[in-house]
Each structure stands twice: as structure tokens, then as C-alpha cells.
Design a protein around this ligand. Structure first.
Ligand code: NDP
Length: 452
């Protein structure tokens, strides 16, 4: 019988890797996790958590304005970026410590170093060979900046979280999650924001009503959204940057943030030495149980190019632990995965978009509402909430719920549970609303916006 140093060797202590390691150790496996950068991975260090903290910070500007409608006098206000970043960093350090403690208390050995795989059961750390019965690749993803003249002057979300000072003017390139979230953050903090997207309307893949509503809301707030526009070149001018846009227009800004997607972080792992199949972009090919073509090597999270979402990586990590060490083969479910875009305002979404539902079902019912929230009757703010339900007409099952508005993510989470229980539109209607909330509209929408 082969002798291994560990039952499981996890590479990457992000959300997925940590969950897999702890679950496996909980079932008695001897586990090591290697991390070369930061405990907690992208989510904790340069992703979800700091992003949401900055989003909260950015929202105060609207809250101060809105306060006047409720009789408040708010004095002079300005944001101190250095303080905000210092507080954010302190919280991240605390979370790094929490992750360390969780791993230690689970009995997982932490190795803070780069690791290379040299065969299906062996990794090398600092010249030392370590044998493992199973290897789990959980190395996450990394932002990509397309090569254009001067692209080396651009930053990505990684650097945006640590800028030494708040820029006065920024260009954000890309119309995905990261782009719209940072547009809202910077704009709320008083930065002049121009966001560019190469296609006709950003957030490709989201429901069209969400895409259009968010664009309207962002423009109302003063974000300069330019679609069908890209950067052709960037040059340094003084302490700033000059971007030449499609069509030749030049714009001078302090920073140019590229939010043009992320690629699997598998480049220097040595996967090829173990014979692990990867796609052209470096994504590890896995089956439903997250197993690669090599029986002893599994992969989860962003580096597998399934859904780049923290809770999905966590579900995949748990499933690997159950499968390998609890004799409980488990496939994570990708049905009705809800998500939120922490733009200003937020988007919350679960299930099919209207376009996808029209392709999937013979006939669908669409219910849509757009209204001014109660709060803004006193503030005078011109903001609308958009909510939408899509149901399969044949079964009356709700197959999609979408929202643009404050706390959309908080609201959509519960609807995802209902949808996973197979809720019908009639059951939504039979549910008593909570009054007065925006969320109650999800159980009071009766008029069809259109059937096909
Ligand atoms: P996305 O893939 O979501 O968006 C990338 C954007 O950049 C798209 O608008 C894309 O356009 C555009 N783009 C891609 N390549 C180029 C190029 N060469 N030139 C110009 N534009 C280009 O990536 P993000 O970086 O925004 O986010 C990465 C992933 O991280 C997301 O997919 C998401 O899964 C996850 N994430 C989740 C969050 C959340 O849950 N709230 C928050 C942040 C990230 P096109 O659509 O035309 O391809």
C-alpha cells in the first residue's frame, strides 16, 4: 500500500480550498493546504469582502443627500480614502486570522509557499516532495488586461483596493460585475467615472430589463456610460494617463481600471506534468464531482471555469470533502444559483432571464413592475426599483426572478429557496406581503407584462 504524507493536499486557501480542507479534516482525513499569497483568497482579500465594504462607504454620499428630506441637516462632508482603506485592511487582516484559526482548529497543516505538482500524487514545496493520496487544485483566478499600447499603465481590481489616493477621474473598462461595481463605488466616493463597454449594452447574460434599468439609474446619478466604446491606447501624461478611445477621442484621467474578466490561475502549477487536462485559458477540466481526468486530482472554484462565485466554490469544496472522505458522493447543484451585482443600485437575480426562458419554454408569463420606493417620496430622489418574475405558462412554475434596487441581493436570496422548492406563480401570489416594503411587490405582481 502506498504511503502518503497527507490524505488531501489542497493548493489554494481561498473560500473553496478552505471549505474542502476543513470538511475533509472533519471526517478524519490528514490534510495540508498550501497558500502562496493570502489566506481567504480573492473573496476575502481583493474581492467580495473589501468590495462590499467600499460599496457601503460609497453609499453614504446618497444617504447624506437623502437625509435632508427627512429633516436632517448634514454638515460638511468629505471622505478620507486613507482612513477607509486602513479600516478595510484591518478587517481583512482580522479575517486572515480567522481563516488561519479555522484551519488550525480543524487540524489542517498550513503551508505558506508556492507548490508545484510533479505527478498524480506528489507536490513539491521549496524543494521538498510531499506525497498525497488526493490533490485538490483550488488556485482561483486572476484579472486579465488585454494587450494594447500602454496597457501596462492600467490597474485591475487588485490594485484598486490599495490605491494610495482616491483618483479624481477614472475610466473603467469592461461591463461585467467588477466594472459596474467599481463604477458605483468610485462615483459614490465623488470620483468622476467614465465606464466603457465594447458592446451595445453592458452586463451581457443578465436579464435585459436589469441591464437597461441599471444603465438608466447609473446615468441619472452621473456616471458617464459609453457603450460600443473601447480604449485603443494609453499613454502617461504628467501624473495622469491619456486614453485614446475608439473613434479617436482622447480622455485624461488619473487611473484606468480594467475589469475585463478573470482567468484561471493555473499557469505555474505543473498540471501538465501530472497529465491533467486544461482548456486553452488554463481552466482545469473536471467532471460533475470536480474530478479531473487524473483520478487522484480534483479541482474546484474559479480555476475550473464553471461559475466564478464564492458560494459556488464553497459548495464544490464541501462536495469534494463529502465525496472523498465521507463515502457520500456529492455533486454541487448549479440550478437556480442566485447572484447579486453590488452596483449602485444593486442587481439581484436567480433563474432564467426572459430571453433564456423564451428559448427553454413554449410559452412564458412575464410580470414586471417599476416603482419609486416609499423612501424617495420624501427625499425627492429620482430612483426606480425594477422587479420581474418569469413563469413557465404550462406549469406556472417561477423560472426567473430579477430585481434592480436597494438590497436586491438580500431579497432575491429567499426567492431562490422558493424556486428551488418549485414554487409556482400562484404560490407567490398566495403569500402575504410584508408592508410596506419593496420586496412585497414580488407577491403582488398580477398584471402580465407580456406572454408569448
Ligand atoms: P466579467 O466576465 O463578468 O466581465 C468582463 C467584461 O469585460 C465584459 O463586459 C466583457 O465584455 C468585457 N471584456 C472582456 N474582454 C474584453 C476586452 N478584450 N476588451 C474590452 N472588454 C472586454 O468579468 P469581471 O472581471 O467583471 O468579473 C469576473 C468574474 O468574477 C465574474 O464573471 C463573476 O463571476 C465574478 N464576480 C462576481 C461578483 C459578485 O458575485 N457580485 C463580483 C465580482 C466578480 P463581453 O460581455 O462583451 O464579453
Amino acid at each position: 500500500m502506498a504511503q502518503y504524507d497527507f490524505d488531501l493536499f489542497t493548493i489554494g486557501a481561498g473560500s473553496g480550498g478552505v471549505r474542502a480542507s476543513r470538511v475533509s479534516a472533519g471526517y478524519g482525513a490528514k490534510v495540508a493546504v498550501a497558500e502562496e499569497r493570502y489566506l481567504g483568497g480573492t473573496c476575502v482579500n481583493v474581492g467580495c469582502i473589501p468590495k462590499k465594504l467600499l460599496m457601503y462607504a460609497s453609499h453614504f454620499s446618497e444617504d447624506f443627500e437623502d437625509a435632508a428630506g427627512f429633516g436632517w441637516t448634514v454638515g460638511e462632508r468629505r471622505v478620507d480614502w486613507a482612513t477607509l482603506i486602513a479600516h478595510k485592511d484591518k478587517e481583512i487582516m482580522r479575517l486572515n486570522g480567522v481563516y488561519r484559526k479555522l484551519l488550525q482548529e480543524s487540524g489542517v497543516t498550513i503551508i505558506e509557499n508556492h507548490v508545484e505538482i510533479i505527478d498524480p500524487h506528489t507536490v513539491v514545496v521549496d524543494g521538498r516532495r510531499i506525497a498525497a493520496k488526493y490533490i485538490l487544485v483550488a488556485v482561483g483566478s486572476w484579472p486579465v488586461v488585454p494587450k494594447i499600447p500602454g496597457s501596462e499603465h492600467a490597474i485591475t481590481s487588485n490594485e484598486a483596493f490599495y490605491l494610495p489616493k482616491l483618483p479624481r477621474k477614472v475610466i473603467i473598462v469592461g461591463g461585467g460585475y467588477v466594472g459596474v461595481e467599481f463604477a458605483g463605488i468610485f462615483h459614490g466616493l465623488g470620483v468622476e467615472v467614465t465606464q466603457l463597454y465594447r458592446g451595445p449594452l453592458f452586463l451581457r447574460g443578465f436579464d435585459d430589463d436589469c441591464r437597461k434599468t441599471l444603465a438608466e439609474e447609473m446615468r441619472k446619478r452621473g456616471v458617464d456610460l459609453r457603450f460600443n466604446t473601447d480604449v485603443e491606447s494609453i499613454e502617461k501624461v504628467g501624473s495622469g494617463l491619456r486614453a485614446t478611445l475608439t473613434g479617436g477621442m482622447e480622455v485624461e484621467v488619473d487611473q484606468i481600471l480594467y475589469a475585463t474578466g478573470r482567468v484561471p490561475n493555473t499557469g505555474s502549477l505543473g498540471l501538465e506534468k501530472a497529465g491533467v487536462e486544461v482548456k486553452n485559458d488554463g481552466a482545469v477540466v473536471v467532471d460533475d464531482f470536480s474530478k479531473t481526468n487524473v483520478d487522484s486530482i480534483y479541482a474546484i472554484g474559479d480555476c475550473t471555469d464553471r461559475l466564478m462565485l464564492t458560494p459556488v466554490a464553497i459548495a464544490e469544496g464541501r462536495a469534494v470533502g463529502e465525496t472523498l472522505f465521507n463515502n457520500n458522493p456529492m455533486k454541487p447543484s448549479y440550478v437556480n444559483v442566485p447572484s447579486a451585482v453590488f452596483s449602485t443600485p444593486n442587481i439581484g437575480t436567480v433563474g432564467l432571464t426572459e430571453t433564456q426562458a423564451r428559448e427553454r419554454y413554449k410559452t412564458i408569463d412575464v410580470y414586471r413592475t417599476s416603482f419609486r420606493p416609499l423612501k424617495h417620496t420624501l427625499t425627492g430622489r429620482d430612483e426606480n426599483i425594477m422587479m420581474k418574475i418569469i413563469a413557465d405558462q404550462a406549469t406556472d412554475k417561477v423560472v426567473g426572478c430579477h430585481m434592480v434596487g436597494p438590497d436586491a441581493g438580500e431579497i432575491i436570496q429567499g426567492l431562490a429557496v422558493a424556486m428551488n422548492c418549485g414554487a409556482t406563480k400562484a404560490q407567490f401570489d398566495a403569500t402575504i406581503g410584508i408592508h410596506p416594503t419593496g420586496a412585497e411587490e414580488f407577491v403582488t405582481m398580477r398584471t402580465k407584462a407580456g406572454a408569448s
